[in-house]
Write a protein of this length. Structure first.
Length: 411
């Protein structure tokens, strides 16, 4: 099977994902994605009509993000009408899954040039806007697996793993510090482009809006746990959400709620796009790719504990590539919650210094459908900056799934 090459990757800055409060909250999500498509095309100078398909991840496909946002963003961007687009949802991993599907297309020989990526405007289309919750309201399914909210799952993981409040806060502080260093050193400059008003030229946002470089351990320690009241919510007579989670994992004894707004990912608006090409297209056009995709994997896991699949998904991808964890130079593990990263690092025995070198979603925000594609671009940039060879992106996914992508830099 042929290789899938990454020619380039771009992203918007991440804006605060709260209605009326973030710099991107006044921008239609189609426009966010349209500007990402345009930025990508201008970077590589492709003939847009040569693109075989545009595959986009988006979680809350309702309202402004409904009606196949991939296709509508293409039209909004003024691309040739013959270029097709499709939108998918694998929850938080949607943007990375879009890359997988695009890579599969070019690796199989069915396609030559694909744009993949993702978009989410959490300020304009909040989580849950598509209705149905985690299980679509299927009471029969709920009797088999009651999928508690992810924050409770994260606190359950911390309890089972023995991670203290101090542990998760220390990780969050590191994320903020690393993000601040990355911004000061201009590490995001290659992938980042400003979002503008295309009529007036006014810049809406040119840099990530969420990082708090003045974060301190003392400040984090003052924050109240986010999921205590939620855990005590009685959803059935005599059954609370905490109780349901503990019934599935009784050895926890009691859930210690350690996650706060400071050590969990921030709501964000943003979009990203990645250009993928086949070997034959690269050869025929004389374009030098930046990296190639070496292995891709997804995996299901316990839908109640929910957030522990990054480690086994990574192991699956590593086996496919004929590698082990220590062969990976840099890791991007999505910071949905601090405990997710800590559990993955422990399970795979990863050197923490190789993980999330420029911070992550705790500091920078998590625009759900876009994050996977953003992380991939960040990883390519950092491999080049450090002159390293291999990287792995992995993410936890709602409903108990994980995804992993291994890339190798083309030197």
């Amino acid at each position: 099977m042929s290789s899938a090459f990454i020619l380039d990757a771009v992203r918007t800055p991440r804006g605060r994902g709260k209605a009326g409060k973030g710099a991107l909250s006044g921008v239609h999500p189609q426009e966010l994605l349209a500007q990402a498509l345009e930025a990508l095309a201008s970077r590589v100078s492709i003939a847009k009509g040569e693109v075989d398909d545009v595959v986009i991840g988006c979680v809350s496909q309702a309202g402004e993000q409904g009606s196949n946002i991939a296709r509508n963003a293409l039209l909004a961007a003024g691309w040739p009408t013959k270029v097709s687009g499709t939108t998918l949802n694998r929850f938080c991993a949607s943007g990375l899954q879009a890359v997988h599907f695009g890579a599969m297309g070019v690796m199989s020989g069915a396609q030559s040039l694909v744009v993949s990526g993702g978009v989410e405007s959490m300020s304009r289309v909040p989580m849950g806007s598509d209705g149905g919750g985690m299980d679509g309201g299927n009471l029969a399914l709920r009797k088999r697996f009651f999928q508690v909210p992810q924050g409770i799952s994260a606190d359950l993981i911390a309890t089972l793993e023995g991670f203290s409040r101090e542990d998760v806060d220390a990780y969050a502080l590191r994320s903020q510090q690393r993000a601040a260093t990355a911004i000061e050193e201009g590490r995001f400059a290659r992938s980042l482009f400003p979002v503008v008003d295309r009529e007036t030229g006014k810049v809406h946002l040119a840099a990530d809006e969420l990082p708090r470089k003045d974060t301190t351990a003392a400040g984090l320690a003052k924050l109240e746990p986010s999921f205590v009241a939620m855990g005590q919510t009685e959803v059935e007579p005599g059954r609370t959400l905490d109780g349901i989670a503990l019934a599935a994992h009784p050895r926890a004894g009691t859930i210690r709620h350690v996650h706060t707004a400071g050590n969990s990912s921030g709501l964000a608006d943003g979009a990203a796009a990645v250009l993928l090409a086949s070997e034959s297209w690269v050869r025929e056009h004389g374009v030098k790719p930046r990296a190639r995709i070496r292995a891709m994997a997804t995996l299901g896991s316990d839908p109640v504990l929910m957030l522990t699949a990054p480690a086994p998904a990574s192991e699956k991808a590593l086996r496919m590539a004929g590698m082990v964890a220590k062969d990976i130079d840099l890791w991007e593990i999505n910071e949905a919650f601090a405990a997710v990263v800590l559990q993955t690092v422990r399970a795979l025995d990863i050197d923490p210094e190789r993980v999330n070198a420029s911070g992550g979603a705790i500091a920078l925000g998590h625009p759900l459908g876009a994050t996977g594609a953003i992380l991939l671009g960040t990883l390519v940039d950092e491999l080049e900056r450090r002159n390293l060879a291999t990287g792995l992106v992995t993410m936890c996914i709602g409903g108990g799934q994980g995804i992993a992508t291994i890339i190798e830099r083309v030197s």
